[in-house]
Design a protein. Structure first.
Ligand SMILES: *[C@@H]1O[C@H](CO)[C@@H](O)[C@H](O)[C@H]1NC(C)=O
Ligand SMILES: *[C@@H]1O[C@H](CO)[C@@H](O)[C@H](O)[C@H]1NC(C)=O
Ligand SMILES: *[C@@H]1O[C@H](CO)[C@@H](O)[C@H](O)[C@H]1NC(C)=O
Length: 440
């Protein structure tokens, strides 16, 4: 091992992921105090935060929680790949795949008159806006009671929004839709009500009010899809937020901290680097960017251009996603990064943990990792690409190749790699901004 001591990375004790939830006793109400909503900025919590009612009831071990997140990522990757290669141009109000996934980050919203408070999973690769409604058969929880809201309105079959959902059905005169995924089905009414994020009320917000579900996989939250389809939140709030938002995602290591979701062009950072968002009209729910190369230390690793190339027809390319936890690269790209990373470790013995194939059980000196996007290089902090066991005994490169069962052409820049950065989606100017920001 050629490592020099001064640069030795101390594999510090960190409380990673679920292990921290053992002490999850903070009263949720305090976390979500209304004073935290400022203008168009609202707090974002990790779903395992003590501030989240959705955190697991008992703390898993570090290994268990990493494996759990990897397993959920696999489902997520299948979902994203299905979007990327789908031959459908219709963008559904709710996507079946999403329903079996666990969210990573949640925000608080209010709906109805008087307002009812609910938590929504934030998802940049989805247009869905759905909420489990009171009276829902088969939902694990119901977060919204339409009869208690004077502004609630189910949409009729003749409403233009009814034509934008997949397979709309008319029972009586109300517009509804059914979805299936695997063994699960969902039936929802297309509805409108006043929706409030931060302090801005959005009247006549269109969403799916879930009335019935089978299977046991519908998560208790509603969903706040932040992609760009016709019925998406961004489309519906165009005049208020001008299709502009940014977030800073808090680290898994700081579960008590919140990040923020900032809506609209006001208050967005000035000093920020940009890369163009690529237009793929057939896959409007994915935010594609042009990843041109990856550096490990100062060396640009040898990745075949085809592994990174954007192709609107096949769906190939690179997307930035808030719902995947660990970055996944197509095999030739991942292999090139991993091999160079390992080469830098010299002869240190490599072990694995689940889908992570580059782990070390001794202290290591790590090179930097830089994503080279068109117009913007992003050098990651170590916390963005290394995970450490709580006992400090294992350190893994927190990226992987696309799972075997996914015929993937997609590189996914995931949320661990985005933590403690301000990520700005500027749709009118077709660009994505990234700046370091400590939000936890
Ligand atoms: C989070 O906050 C609670 C209550 O203030 C505290 O008991 C707990 O130790 C904190 N957890 C972490 C991981 O900081
Ligand atoms: C949709 O689901 C509802 C509730 O399960 C059911 O009554 C209805 O027949 C379904 N409609 C279609 C077209 O499958
Ligand atoms: C990114 O880094 C590469 C290699 O070091 C360099 O050639 C390129 O000019 C940089 N791009 C930007 C936008 O700074």
């Amino acid at each position: 091992m050629k490592a020099s001591l001064p640069t030795l990375l101390l594999v510090t004790l960190v409380v990673v992921v679920l292990t921290a939830t053992a002490s999850a006793a903070a009263p949720a109400a305090k976390c979500w105090s209304h004073s935290q909503d400022q203008g168009s900025t609202l707090p974002v919590f990790h779903v395992y935060s003590p501030c989240s009612p959705f955190r697991p009831a008992h703390a898993a071990s570090w290994e268990e929680s990493v494996l759990q997140m990897q397993a959920e990522d696999k489902v997520r990757l299948q979902y994203l790949s299905s979007l990327a290669v789908a031959h459908k141009s219709i963008v559904p109000i709710a996507s079946g795949r999403q329903i079996v996934q666990s969210p990573t980050y949640i925000v608080r919203a209010k709906i109805g008159t008087p307002p009812q408070t609910l938590l929504l999973a934030m998802d940049t690769s989805n247009d869905a806006a759905w909420i489990p409604c009171e009276g829902c058969l088969g939902c694990t929880s119901t977060v919204f009671s339409p009869p208690k809201s004077t502004s609630y309105k189910p949409l009729s079959c003749s409403a233009p929004q009814c034509k934008q959902v997949p397979n709309p059905t008319c029972s009586g005169s109300a517009c509804s839709f059914n979805l299936t995924y695997g063994g699960s089905t969902i039936a929802a009414d297309v509805s409108q009500d006043t929706f409030t994020l931060a302090t801005d009320p959005i009247p006549f917000y269109t969403f799916g009010c879930i009335k019935k579900t089978t299977g046991n996989s519908v998560p208790p939250q509603g969903l706040l899809g932040l992609s760009r389809g016709p019925l998406s939140f961004l489309s519906q709030t165009q005049s208020l937020y001008h299709s502009t938002f940014s977030y800073c995602l808090p680290s898994f290591k700081a579960l008590n901290f919140s990040g923020s979701l900032r809506l609209g062009p006001v208050g967005q950072p000035i000093r920020i680097k940009y890369t163009p968002l690529l237009k793929n009209p057939r896959r409007s729910s994915l935010y594609y960017v042009n990843l041109r190369g990856i550096k490990v230390g100062r060396r640009t690793v040898d990745i075949p251009p085809s592994a990174l190339a954007f192709n609107p027809t096949t769906g190939a390319g690179t997307v930035i996603d808030s719902g995947t936890v660990f970055t996944r690269l197509v095999t030739p790209a991942y292999t090139a990064v991993r091999d160079e990373f390992r080469r830098r470790m010299g002869n240190v013995v490599v072990t694995s943990l689940g889908g992570f194939d580059t782990c070390y059980s001794v202290p290591i000196v790590v090179p930097t990792i830089t994503f080279m996007f068109e117009g913007m290089n992003v050098t990651l902090a170590q916390d963005n690409f290394l995970i450490h066991s709580s006992a400090g005994s294992l350190t893994c490169l927190a990226m992987a190749a696309a799972p075997d069962n996914v015929n993937s052409v997609l590189n996914v820049i995931a949320n661990m790699q985005q933590q403690n950065h301000r990520v700005l989606y500027d749709i009118p100017n077709s660009r994505l901004g990234v700046a370091r920001e400590t939000c936890s």
